[in-house]
Design a protein around this ligand. Sequence first.
Ligand code: F6R
Length: 634
Amino acid sequence: MCGIVALVGSREASTILVEGLRKLEYRGYDSAGLATVSTHKGSKKGFITCKKAEGKLVNLLNLIATDGAPGHIGIGHTRWATHGKPDVKNAHPHVDTLSQVAVVQNGIIENHTVLRDNLQKQGIQFCSETDTEVIPHLISEALIRLQEEGVTAKEEMLFLAVRETLDLLQGSYALAVIWAETPDVLIVAKNKAPLVIGFAQGEFLCASDTSAFAGFTRTILPLEDRELALLTPLGVEIYDSLGKRQHRTPSLIVGSEKDVEKGQFRHFMLKEIYEQSETADQWIRRFLPNGLSPSSPIALSFEDSFYESIEAIQILACGTSRHAAMVGAHLLEQFAGIPSTVFFASEFRYAPPPLAPNVLTIGVTQSGETADTLAALIMESERRSSLKNNLFSSRQLGITNRIESSLARQVSNIIDIGAGLEVGVAATKTFLGQLLTFYGLAIMFAAKKKRRSSKEINEICCQLRLVPNQLRDLIKTHNKLTEKLAHQFVNTKDVIFLGRGINYPIALEAALKLKEISYIHAEGFPAGEMKHGPIALLDYKVPVISIATQGVVFEKVLSNAQEAKARDACLIGIAPESSETEIFDHLLPIPKVSEWISPLLTVIPLQLLSYHIAAHRGLDVDQPRNLAKSVTVE
Ligand code: F6R
């Protein structure tokens, strides 16, 4: 989490840094800060101006508007607190004792306590509770030592001091450093946290994510782990951790970064819910165009051997992505007949299952930067490679919405869900894109492994083609219905969501959405599980929202809903309109579709209901408290 941005060039840095931070605010928004270096007229020696503000970026913007922050070089940060409260003293940049060195960092320095103790023993006083603050102090110490050793070239001194400091750090970091004595030099480095350099004419920007480059440049170069780069107005030099110069060619950002304005919508989340029909439309165009052969019904470019050799699938993901993975695993097992298991990525790393042969590991992360998911994939790849047995070799596939992300660079096979930039912290259209991708995979596995007839495959493909229009109608209707209904639940304390089979993960996802943006306690249960304990929670104050779609468990879900109604719960149904669904106090109707397809539709009224409840409560829907869009710490 946290977003960092750094610039060296010829224009006033603070304006560009703030603009970059605005695009990175989704990574954390509890405080923000920036530091610049400038020189007094006629002097070569510079001075650092450091400005920090608690809360949203707008507070920093106001501060800079009054105080200013001169200089053509600078570093900026938007924070998601890990060490220390979100206040001004813990906001980045952090500086050394004499405010000569300033640092912004994203990640966690795991050995910061030991480093801090050592520095304190030498008499250094700390101003913050952060892990980051050790870094400027260590760099400053190294600079003094290098000077004593006779190094005189300032640029070289800073480079060596940063390199020495990096050797002392354990954990993950993406960082940027400036020094008052080198008003033209910016040093950046990374390990297990993303950092990308952007190239423009005589200006170089560095950021956690390419979204910060919109309107600045499309030419980029991602840094690799343990690399550091020296940026001056004359160019960029990249070095490995041993100080060996690296030569790589920058590339162009794929796709467009156009969709970052709210337009007519009050919140990005609502806009992104509306965009789901477009997400589905695009997906159909790319993966399900007309004219594909029955033996390859989805336009995925993997060789036949990829599908044929796989006997089981394990999927690693977190949060909403994990819910999409659960629907995916249901499809892969029940439609394509491939044993599939979903793991919390954060748990998998420390308790993986025994190794089995011919397993495909899928990592699902919309941001492509989730530290838990990336680390779990690396761990799985390492333990498989150590066996040196082809049957157990590591086959990995990534599913992401950010094709230029760390995930895309880490795995050999990648699917871009192509949902377009999602700004709202609560994932909506990327969830739909992930779901669709799993439909594509399940259909391909079923076809390649001949687990389903051509007729069955053709049927599900035809149903998928109808989804974009169904979504369009559904979103329009349900926006009105849920807005009205939401008023009733503004002061509700607990909500229970029920689903079964392929819609159980949708119940989980609905509960997560409601929790995230409305701060109302919500749980999702498989409907049949209520009687084994959770039913004790029910009374007239706890609404029960039940997903009841046509299929094998339809009647069962209705009976489970009846049981809730008998406990005075207010009952809301997500179901096709029929005499059977009259049991619901409120019905949010969905079209009659096959059970396979239903999650793509049932999720819509649930997203909208959460949205409207949160909006009626007057909450910051797009940037809910304590959350960030990209979770780059473990
Ligand atoms: C929920 C949400 C989070 C993310 C989770 C994983 O709305 O956004 O639960 O789904 O942090 O993020 P990614 O998909 O980027 O790995």
